[in-house]
Write a protein that binds this ligand. Structure first.
Ligand code: ADP
Ligand code: MG
Length: 298
């Protein structure tokens, strides 16, 4: 588990982190979403032990991270500025990673060489930005981390490579129980992969929820009625309604089972419940409650 408690960090009197509290449960894929300047990268640099906080705590499995090599060896990260050794070639970089991470897997290194298909003799400088990102993934995944911290990781990758990289990450989550923290300024980018989401703005985490919590309270229903003039049951709380031909799409507060039961009274020709996407949750469920959150993510 990753915890930050009331973290504060100032740069020349400006509070980049202003009481940041966040919890990433073990095994979660946690999406940290916020606009540019929210403090995501600064927070991540505290979690990876690069910065030391002015106040508050950063704990990984209950231990402080800063100047704690034992904990740091379990955390791998791709920072937003992953360009340390531009003069080195991929193989030299690999040796550096292997020196730092005791569990570095050469077997995986060779396997991923095939997947990424990048010549390991090329110097980092001479690779395109997208290829540099791929090398970052390649080497980072070989460290067999318990914690994988990614700062806007898929920026610069083409759609095919994005899918490739996410599928590598998600199979580690499934097989090794890797905990992932990934930041983005774009909620949509994280929608398909995250099971937890935190919304950050102006150095604070405004809201953090599991997808289950988010999806539990609201359901999307597709409905076709034989009698189109039938009245909805009174106690169904409809947040949004739209129709394409005879197919109605309803966003309704409540859990799928009880909402379906209520609507089956109408004897519909079609009645199907499905979870809302993250984006829909923010529009229909949280948007009305918290305008600040809505402005940030949409
Ligand atoms: P994000 O990653 O969400 O875009 P950052 O964490 O990079 O945001 O930045 C948060 C704020 O802190 C910004 O206003 C940025 O200018 C400031 N900041 C970040 N790092 C430094 C630094 N090393 N020195 C001075 N200001 C910084
Ligand atoms: Mg950033």
């Amino acid at each position: 588990m990753i915890e930050t408690k009331n973290l504060r960090k100032q740069f020349d009197g400006f509070a980049a982190l202003d009481g940041t509290t966040l919890t990433v449960p073990t095994g979660a894929v946690y999406g940290l979403v916020g606009p540019n300047g929210a403090g995501k990268s600064t927070l991540i640099r505290h979690i990876t032990g690069i910065y030391r906080q002015d106040e508050g705590e950063v704990l990984v499995d209950g231990e402080g991270v800063y100047e704690n090599p034992k904990v740091k060896a379990r955390i791998a990260s791709i920072p937003d500025d992953w360009y340390y050794f531009m003069q080195s070639d991929v193989r030299e970089m690999m040796r550096f990673y292997r020196g730092f991470y005791p569990d570095f897997s050469m077997e995986r290194y060779e396997k991923f060489k095939e997947i990424f298909a990048i010549d390991e003799k090329r110097t980092i400088r001479r690779l395109s930005k997208g290829m540099q990102k791929q090398v970052a993934f390649w080497l980072t995944m070989c460290t067999m981390p318990d914690y994988l911290i990614l700062d806007e990781p898929v920026d610069g990758l083409d759609p095919v490579m994005r899918r490739q990289v996410w599928s590598l990450i998600m199979s580690d989550v499934a097989e090794r129980g890797t905990t992932v923290l990934v930041s983005s300024h774009n909620l949509r980018e994280l929608e398909d992969v995250c099971d937890h989401v935190g919304i950050m703005n102006k150095g604070r985490v405004l809201l953090e929820r599991s997808l289950e919590e988010l999806q539990g309270g609201t359901v999307k229903i597709q409905l076709v009625l034989a009698d189109e003039n039938a009245h909805m049951p009174q106690d169904v709380n409809i947040l949004h309604h739209s129709a394409t031909g005879r197919v109605q799409t309803l966003i309704i507060r409540g859990d799928a089972q009880s909402v379906t039961e209520r609507l089956s009274i109408l004897q519909p020709l079609l009645l199907e419940a499905m979870p809302l996407s993250l984006e829909e949750i923010f529009i229909y469920e949280l948007g009305g409650v918290d305008y600040e959150v809505k402005d940030i993510v949409l």
